[in-house]
Structures are given as C-alpha cells and as structure tokens.
Design a protein around this ligand. Structure first.
Ligand code: SAH
Length: 362
C-alpha cells in the first residue's frame, strides 16, 4: 500500500494542482491552508467550509503528520530548545529566541550535516538524511502550537532563520516549499525579509533561490582567503570565495534589495587578525552587506577557542571604519547548548568521519 499524501508536504501550488486533479477548484487549496496554518486546525472534520464529500475524500486519502516535540529545555535568557522526533531513529533540534520586539525561530533542514565545517558541532555528528517539507514547516507549526499562537492569535514567531542543523541549499526542493508556506499569505504569511536562509555557499542554490522565492540571505563566510576557507569550510573547494561573492552580488542586484548578512565566526588565532579584517573589507567592497561576528561557541572535542573580546572589538572597528555595518552577535541559549553550531539532535549517521561520535540513540 502506498503511504497517504501528507498535507504538510504541499505548498499552495502543489495543493492547487492536487485539487485540480481531483476536480476541485483552486480556492480549496487556500481554504485548507488557512485552516492548517492560520487556525492551527488539522482535523479535517472541523474544516467547516469544505464540502462533506471533499472532507470524506481528504480523510480517506490524505494524512496530516507532524514531527513530535520530545523534550523542551529553557535557558535562563528565555531561549527554548526543543528536541523533535522526525522518525524512529532520527531527532533534530529547533530553537526559539525571544527578544523585546521579536521572536526568532531557528530551524533545521537536515538530520546532521555533510559539510564538515571544522568549528561546527553538527558537522562532527555526520549526516543522516534530508528533512521533508512537512518536517521543516512542521517545526514552525509545532513551535507556534506550543507557544500558544493558534489559541490567542498573537504572533510569537516573527522571524525564521534557517540556521539550525544542516545545509538548507543542499535540500533545495523541500526547503523551497517550506519557504513558500512561510511567506504565503494563505499560510503563515511572514514577510520575505523576516525569513533568512543561511548557507555555507552553495552557489547554484543561491541563484535558484533568487528566482524562486527571494528571501533574506546569510552567507557563512568565516574566512577572507581561499587557503583558510578551504580548510575550515571545506565546501569552499567546490565554490571558492570569488565565485561565491559574485553570486552574492547577483543576489542583491535589484532595486530595493536587502543587504546580505555575512556570518564570521571568531576563532582565536585562526581568522581574527587585523589583516583578516582588512581582507574581509576588500572582499565585501562591492556587495551590499552587513557583517555578524559570531563568538565561537565551544563544544566537546573541539580544538578551537573563541577570540577574546578586545580582538573581536578591534576586528569590528576595522570593518566599521571602512563603512561596513558590523555587529557582534549576542550568544543566546548557550547554557542549554542552543547557540550557533551547538545543535546536534539524536541520530545514527550514515556518513561520518568520527564514528565514535555517532548517535547515542537508545
Ligand atoms: N549550514 C548553514 C546553517 C548553519 S548554522 C550555514 O552554514 O550557513 C548557522 C551559523 O552558525 C553558520 O554561520 C555557522 O557557520 C555558524 N556556526 C557553526 N558552528 C559554530 C560554532 N561552534 N560557534 C559559532 N558559530 C557557529
């Protein structure tokens, strides 16, 4: 028996074509999206503006399967981290970061990551599989549910960042459908500016995203020359810095474009010299960008340590004096291992160079 189609795997276009195939009008897709993403209703029987026949058909032929929150950890700064089960063997992590004027949800796109960035804890765990669209958008749905959004209508999640586990642009099709649902007025209806895809620099994905659904972009640059970047972000060997910067330039070519966020992790004595700062300025000369300096977050078995505060400030001053907007990202949730690069989930990696690190499941 083939598995029933999960409604959470479908964006508006896909639902419209599904309804066309079963002889229904396309506005049925809009009604269904509103029930699911605006009212938080997933019981087909309660979708009162769908005809009885359609409800019976959907109940028979579709499912509404969501990932499941297993544990919640709360940091003293209010950050929440959820361990979310996506199947019997795999769990991922999702983080909610409340601030005065906004609430940011940091979501995962893969179980683990195949890219092997040397300073990232997820990378040390290896890679298991891509998440489906339902597992990606499901993180947003279950987070909204637990934060009470569907009950009181108050938007707790105002921003979404693809900065959890995985490389979003290596799971392009599923990520795109999830972005479509986040930005669709019939679904979550978030402004594209409030959705940020962070990538280690997958150039074909960057170019496709510009055409398909141009949300905010963040680039994990972390080095200003190929020699160092080849080493700490090994995907650089396939997509070297100059080509990546050209892709950034293409992405921002348009009138009202938002600047690209450049992420730069501060690693003591690795990439944090004043010379590195000046090289970074040169790299960004022609690109509308703002720089986020990220203090390195420790995890067990890492050789790196974080640059000290004076070094970070001096590095930032070079950028600012050269006319680049630069801030140091505030570390949130580090007491519950919820900060950048600390998300690990639980899974058995299919590929890993650190076999000893493979999951501690069961
Ligand atoms: N794979 C995507 C999303 C990953 S995480 C990407 O590479 O952009 C979000 C950011 O945290 C990335 O810039 C990542 O390089 C950074 N990061 C990873 N490990 C870190 C650590 N231990 N400390 C600080 N930042 C880290």
């Amino acid at each position: 028996m083939t598995e029933k189609l999960n409604l959470f795997d479908y964006d508006r276009k896909a639902l419209e074509s599904y309804f066309a195939d079963i002889g229904e009008k396309s506005f049925r897709a809009h009604q269904l999206l509103k029930w699911i993403y605006q009212h938080g209703i997933i019981n087909i029987e309660s979708m009162s503006n769908l005809s009885n026949d359609l409800r019976a058909y959907l109940k028979e032929n579709t499912s509404v399967k969501l990932p499941e929150i297993i544990t919640e950890k709360k940091s003293k700064d209010g950050t929440k981290k959820w361990l979310i089960k996506v199947d019997e063997k795999n769990s991922i992590e999702t983080v909610f970061i409340p601030e005065n004027d906004r609430g940011t949800l940091c979501i995962s796109t893969q179980v683990g990551c195949a890219l092997d960035c040397k300073f990232c804890s997820t990378a040390q765990q290896g890679f298991s599989r891509n998440l489906t669209t339902s597992e990606i958008i499901g993180q947003v749905w279950v987070a909204n549910k637990i934060l009470g959004h569907f009950e009181n209508g108050k938007r707790m999640i105002t921003n979404i960042v693809f900065m959890g586990m995985g490389e979003p642009l290596l799971n392009y099709d599923n990520v795109l459908k999830a972005i479509n649902l986040m930005s669709d007025d019939h679904a979550f209806g978030l402004s594209r500016r409030r959705i940020t895809v962070s990538t280690s620099g997958i150039i074909p994905g960057i170019d496709r995203l510009k055409e398909d659904n141009k949300v905010s972009l963040a680039i994990s640059l972390h080095a200003s020359n190929n020699e160092l970047r080849d080493n700490i972000v090994p995907i650089n060997r396939s997509y070297p810095i100059l080509d990546l910067l050209s892709a950034c330039k293409r992405y921002t070519s348009g009138k009202e474009d938002e600047p690209i966020t450049i992420e730069y992790v501060m690693l003591k004595d690795v990439n944090d010299s004043l010379e590195d700062a000046h090289n970074l300025v040169k790299c960004l000369r022609d690109i509308p960008s703002k720089v986020n300096l990220i203090p390195f977050n420790k995890f067990p078995e890492t050789f790196f340590s974080c640059s000290n505060l004076e070094t970070i400030n001096a590095f930032r001053d070079v950028l600012i004096k050269s006319g680049i907007f630069a801030i140091t990202r505030k570390t949130r949730g580090d007491d519950i291992d919820a900060a950048c690069g600390q998300l690990v989930g639980k899974f058995i990696a299919k590929s890993t160079k650190h076999q000893k690190n493979t999951a501690e499941l069961n």
